[in-house]
Design a protein. Structure first.
Length: 269
């Protein structure tokens, strides 16, 4: 874990950043969110798992204020200062890297903050590059810098690493952990990857049939490596909850090579 952790006071940690109570959302006859309940405390990192079509992106869009048709007897309270990271970096191709980071940023110290954010994601020397000159992982790092330079109270991430290769993804996990430890936003990360959820989150929630049906704290001591019994038990229980059967389980991220790579990254963290 990063050493530059910004400690939140006990009072700040106890503050609820996101409160969702009885949220409903339908598309025509199809009820996607049905009385959903979820709270996220300030600085807390929650991963959201769920089968394809279970409504994860619908929930994220509602929280981001991008869905003006959320209705029903629901309560949704989220901070105004929200940043969103998507699976594709969504950089403007006609703007250089630093200008992409600065998009919409106000204040006289903008360029300085933008450069500092690029430095945090390891791209200080690429500020004048065009997006097309960057790899997919580098573009996603610019997208993270663009999100965090705004010091959001809430960071929403919709499968941000889904399009990256497995090794780049591991490195991005390490970077995201470092950035979150430094900036302490509340985070809601949508992912299909159970390992990603366990490695990054304080809590893992499962969305099924429009509701949160499991909300599990990740209480693993030490590095979250695949080798530990606790990790394996939590992974199994989440996969079972998602209805992934025995034959499908070893899959994503479980190869020996990736497990070793993860451990190397943990040791150097
Ligand atoms: N604008 C829309 N109009 C009609 N139906 C929609 C709309 N947006 C989402 N849906 C439907 O709502 C359901 C949930 O979609 P959503 O994108 O939230 O799922 P998801 O859990 O994010 O899926 P995935 O993991 O595949 O990305 C799906 O059945 C989808 O077809």
């Amino acid at each position: 874990m990063a050493t530059d952790t910004r400690e939140l006071s006990a009072a700040a940690r106890a503050r609820t950043a996101v409160r969702i109570h009885g949220l409903e959302r339908s598309f025509g006859e199809r009820k996607v969110l049905q009385g959903l309940e979820l709270d996220i405390r300030a600085g807390e990192f929650v991963a959201l798992l769920g089968r394809s079509g279970s409504g994860k992106s619908t929930l994220l869009r509602a929280l981001a204020g991008l869905d003006h048709n959320v209705y029903g007897k629901g309560l949704l309270s989220a901070p105004a200062n929200v940043s969103v990271v998507f699976q594709d970096a969504r950089l403007l191709p006609w703007k250089r890297v630093l200008d992409n980071v600065l998009l919409g940023l106000t204040g006289s110290d903008g360029r300085e903050r933008g450069r500092a954010a690029l430095d945090e994601v390891g791209l200080a020397d690429r500020e004048s590059a065009w997006p097309v000159e960057l790899s997919g992982g580098e573009q996603q790092r610019v997208s993270l810098a663009r999100s965090l330079v705004r010091e959001p109270e809430l960071l929403l991430a919709d499968e941000p690493f889904g399009a990256l290769d497995a090794l780049t993804r591991i490195r991005m996990h390490k970077l995201l952990r470092k950035l979150c430890a430094a900036h302490r936003p509340a985070v809601l990360l949508v992912t299909h990857d159970v390992d990603e959820a366990i490695e990054l989150a304080d809590r893992v929630a499962v969305l099924e049939e429009g509701r949160i049906t499991a909300d599990v704290p990740v209480e693993l001591d030490g590095p979250r490596t695949h080798g530990s019994k606790e990790y394996a038990e939590l992974r199994e229980s989440l996969l079972a909850r998602l209805g992934v059967d025995e034959a499908e389980r070893g899959g994503h991220g479980a190869s020996q090579e990736l497990a070793q790579e993860r451990e190397k990254e943990e040791v150097s963290a």
